[in-house]
Design a protein around this ligand. Structure first.
Ligand code: COA
Length: 323
């Protein structure tokens, strides 16, 4: 599998730590020192399918490919605008990819990695040739804006890649899930409301509609699992940590990223960061960072990168890609 091109789009409105200190009891010093985040972009009306379509168009331009040559659109998101139609199909309509089969996939912040694995499987089987893989979120709609321990962490955004069949480029991946720990990161739950139950409820949103997180548990899980799955993918490829030019990690917390660099024994320069600008954009964070590095020339001479992420589910994964 080869990455032909990439693109990203974030909503225009920037919300700073100082802005958040006006709505919850927090401050810039706490947020910056504990997370590395300074600002995040928040949608003032655009939905996931809008921002994903914009990222997709930029990725197709970068890949120099026509929308009609895309035969699959995979959208990783946990904040779709609707369940029906699936949002990948809305994107298809927006960008004119009339020959694409379209579906959404949800693995929280690991979603983009799982979508990339899915794309690789479709390409390897010969079922598809050019796939648009997108990670996009409007997390602002499930964030509890009165909970200072979580609302400061997240942002909205979209990142996309066009991937194609290339037998000369190796792709290795490892992934996993642990449903028994699902309770440490929850959100988006709605009520079963039909003629048999909850007949009088006017609202289908439950207390668990908004995001709840046990931050310390997630932190411990991330600093263990991410280096573990990166080491596993390196073993699979028979490569050492120094053979990788860049580790493009899910952007959740700068302290998690520093800890991963230490555990892998590589220079922090190999683990670029942009979460200071965007916060945690969940499924979008890896493709947004990849696109920035590609467009600013950082990846010009790079031969191999590793993507790695973790998130609700719990879920995790690492993928080694040859550029
Ligand atoms: N502003 C100011 N104080 C805050 C705060 C905020 N936004 N959020 C929490 N606090 C307070 C807490 O109430 C607590 O106060 P107390 O000691 O008086 O009880 C104190 O800060 C320390 O809280 P704690 O939760 O121990 O902080 P922490 O060092 O663990 O950092 C996180 C919290 C959320 C930044 C950190 O646990 C984390 O990043 N976890 C991973 C989360 C993540 O990545 N989630 C997404 C996964 S995809």
């Amino acid at each position: 599998m080869k990455i032909l091109g990439s693109g990203h789009y974030v909503p225009k409105t920037i919300v700073s730590n100082d802005d958040l200190s006006k709505i919850v009891d927090t401050n810039d010093e706490w947020i910056s020192s504990r997370t590395g985040i300074s600002t995040r972009h928040i949608s003032d009306g655009e939905g996931v399918s809008d921002i994903a379509s914009k990222a997709a168009i930029l990725a197709m331009e970068d890949a120099n490919i026509n929308a009609t040559d895309i035969d699959m659109i995979l959208l990783a998101t946990m904040t779709p605008d609707s369940m029906l139609p699936n949002n990948a199909s809305i994107i298809q309509k927006n960008i004119g990819a009339i020959n694409a089969t379209c579906f959404d996939l949800n693995a929280a912040c690991s979603g983009f990695l799982f979508a990339l694995n899915t794309a690789n499987a479709y390409l390897s089987s010969g079922m598809c040739k050019n796939i648009l893989v997108i990670g996009a979120e409007t997390l602002s709609k499930i964030v509890d804006w009165s909970d200072r321990s979580s609302c400061v962490l997240f942002g909205d955004g979209a990142g996309a890649m066009v991937v194609t069949v290339d037998d000369t480029k190796a792709y290795y991946s490892v992934s996993g899930s642990d449903g028994s720990k699902g309770h440490v990161l929850t959100g988006g739950a709605t009520l079963l409301k039909n003629m048999l139950v909850n007949k009088d409820e006017t609202n289908i949103m439950t207390d668990d509609y908004y995001m709840h997180m046990d931050g310390q548990e997630v932190f411990k899980f991330a600093v263990t699992k991410v280096p573990e799955c990166i080491s596993a993918v390196l073993d699979k490829a028979s490569l050492g940590a120094d053979d990788i030019d860049y580790y493009i990690l899910h952007q959740a917390n700068v302290r998690i990223i520093s800890s991963v660099a230490k555990r892998l024994g590589v220079s922090p320069d190999k683990l670029p960061v942009n979460l200071n600008k965007y916060g945690n954009t969940s499924a979008a964070s890896i493709p947004i960072l990849f696109d920035e590095l590609r467009k600013n020339g950082t990846l010009k001479d790079a031969k191999r990168v590793v993507f790695s992420g973790f998130g609700g589910g719990l879920t995790w994964g690492a993928s080694l890609v040859e550029l």
